[in-house]
Design a protein around this ligand. Structure first.
Ligand code: PLP
Length: 404
């Protein structure tokens, strides 16, 4: 894998920020886009733009073919059994909300339990809180250890026959922890619970096989997998989706409408009301193909090396504590520095052309667990290099000295 060639595919990386070469370490928030994806968006609006599924004309047919091609690419990307199980959503947040609304309406009763963890992103907390309030259900939380791993003994105790839904993050955006979801899914199924996996941070780094995981739902966002914003995928098992009521009503999701009664379209369209984000969906195909060409295994190996190297470099900086030292981790390093505010570090690094994220990373309960209000987070992608980590570590050490 030639990183210089890969970098050349991402035009934004050639930019200077604050008159310094850009070092982009905010990949967990969103990754940059290769030229093929950018070109695909232009190509779509230049040659294909039309509404999908409805038109009798050539452009509508071409747009539909391109749109449905992405669904098939996404199916293969996560190894779903059928394209009927692949629903286009805006992103992970909408995927989770769709399940919380639809599954929640259908399957959650007063006194039922919903199990999440202390390391969830707000988007995998708040929809369940809203549902619990609406239905009188109980939200339970798996605690996190000092290392940033799930407390599996506590999980075993919290998982009871009252649990109807385990909603769990595959890889933590704030800690990098790679959770043992396959094992958790087996246990949840044994008590009759369904499982939703938040794949926002696992989809960019690891091979995903929803059939092997045996999860009931898996959702992820294109924009973290080198694709466009505003589009993502919700996978759901067909037999479950068939039973669930629609999430939104409108065009496309119906079979027949009368004022007396409406019947719904077949899967996956039952869950796709209204005109979808066609242009970005079409371009998303190219992002997944780009990843496939490099190979998820190669991406994971490269990022693992960056994580190892970065962890070693940062560990040498006095007063710096890494938050999240799980044995199984993705390429995310979150840290705090004694006596220095994370925000100030982020600002000063930005003045050197280095983009990191600071703050609570939409995981306020997790920050409270560690008794902090935020961290600095450096997250790596396929196009990042060790030389960038060297520069980052050097500038960070200087920044800390200055702020102290
Ligand atoms: N879950 C996790 C773990 C995330 O990291 C994110 C985004 O950062 C989300 C959910 C929400 O994703 P989106 O904002 O793309 O809907």
């Amino acid at each position: 894998m030639n990183i210089k060639n890969i970098r050349a595919d991402f035009p934004i990386l050639a930019q200077s920020i604050q008159e310094r070469p850009l070092i982009y370490f905010d990949n967990a928030a969103t990754s940059q886009k290769p030229q093929v994806v950018i070109d695909a968006i232009t190509h779509y609006y230049t040659h294909l733009n039309s509404n999908v599924h409805r038109g009798a004309h050539t452009l509508a047919e071409r747009a539909t073919i391109a749109f449905e091609r992405t669904r098939e690419t996404a199916r293969a990307f996560i190894n779903a059994a059928s394209v009927q199980e692949v629903i286009f959503v805006k992103g992970t947040t909408e995927g989770i909300n769709l399940v919380a609304q639809s599954f929640g309406t259908h399957s959650i009763e007063q006194g039922d339990e919903i199990l999440i963890s202390e390391m969830e992103h707000h988007s995998n907390i708040v929809p369940w809180q809203i549902l619990a309030e609406r239905k009188g259900a109980i939200l339970k939380v798996i605690p996190v250890s000092d290392e940033g791993e799930l407390d599996m003994e506590a999980f075993d105790k919290l998982l009871t026959e009252k649990c109807k839904m385990l909603a769990i993050v595959h890889v933590s955006n704030a800690l990098g922890t790679h959770n043992p979801v396959k094992q958790m899914i087996q246990k949840a199924h044994a008590v009759g619970a369904k499982v939703l996996v938040d794949g926002a941070q696992s989809s960019p780094h690891f091979e995903i096989d929803v059939q092997d995981l045996d999860c009931d739902f898996y959702t992820f966002s294109a924009h973290k997998v080198y694709g466009p914003t505003g589009i993502g995928i919700l996978y759901g098992k067909k037999e479950i989706l068939d039973e669930l009521p629609p999430y939104m009503g409108g065009g496309e999701m119906i079979k027949e409408v009368t004022f007396a009664k409406t019947s719904y379209n077949e899967l996956p369209y039952k869950f796709e009301a209204g005109t979808p984000n066609i242009g970005d969906a079409v371009a998303f195909h190219h992002a997944m193909e780009y990843v496939n060409q490099i190979g998820k295994k190669n991406i994971a190996t490269h990022e693992e090396e960056l994580l190892r190297y970065g962890t070693e470099k940062l560990s040498n900086i006095e007063g710096l504590t890494i938050i999240g030292r799980a044995k199984e981790k993705a390429s995310v390093i979150s840290f705090i520095v004694k006596g220095v505010h994370h925000y100030d570090i982020g600002m000063l690094l930005d003045s050197k052309g280095i983009a990191v994220r600071t703050g609570h990373h939409c995981t306020q309960p997790l920050m409270s667990r560690f008794g902090i209000d935020g961290t600095v987070r450096a997250s790596f992608a396929v196009y990042n290099e060790k030389e960038e980590i060297d520069m980052f570590a050097k500038e960070l050490a200087q920044t800390i000295d200055m702020l102290r």
